[in-house]
Design a protein around this ligand. Structure first.
Ligand code: DQA
Length: 146
């Protein structure tokens, strides 16, 4: 069965309590539950990882090659700063879909630049938890070559 690695970057473990006016009230656990339900219906297996540490995310991407067929990643604040995560995605040769709960282009200027977007297959932002669900649909479409 196809496997997708879902990566949640820094501070996303605080969802539910963190700036609900921007990120909504949904928790990371609830997001993972909704993703699992979607994956089940599509015969895809998901593995989740959350880390507040850049190096751990880099390592998870590096090890994903033989185990997963695609990556869905919300790099959170590292979106705007991390050459290391960008290079890891570029190096691993797996299709990656970048997702964000908020519309990063409607927020502070420093969020308008994603270092990840050029090495991702595409980016989905601004739809809250649906960004993740759409991102997973996109990743599955890439695996199936649609
Ligand atoms: C985010 C947007 C980032 O700018 C921010 O640093 C986050 C969350 C989002 O999902 O909207 O932590 O990736």
């Amino acid at each position: 069965m196809d496997k997708v690695l879902v990566i949640h970057g820094p501070n996303l473990d605080l969802l539910g309590k963190r700036q609900p006016e921007i990120y909504g009230k949904v928790t990371l656990e609830e997001i993972n539950k909704k993703l699992k339900a979607l994956a089940k219906g599509k015969n895809v297996v998901l593995e989740f990882m959350h880390s507040n540490h850049e190096g751990e995310i880099v390592e998870a991407i590096g090890k994903a090659k033989d185990k997963f067929q695609a990556i869905v990643i919300n790099p959170a604040a590292y979106t705007h700063t991390s050459v290391a995560i960008r290079d890891a995605i570029d190096a691993v040769d797996l299709p990656a879909v970048e997702v964000h709960l908020s519309n990063i282009y409607a927020r502070e200027e420093f969020r308008h630049t994603s270092l990840i977007a050029p090495v991702a297959k595409g980016q989905i932002c601004g739809f809250g938890v649906n960004s993740y669900l759409l991102g997973l649909e996109a990743a599955i479409g890439l695996i199936e070559g649609k």
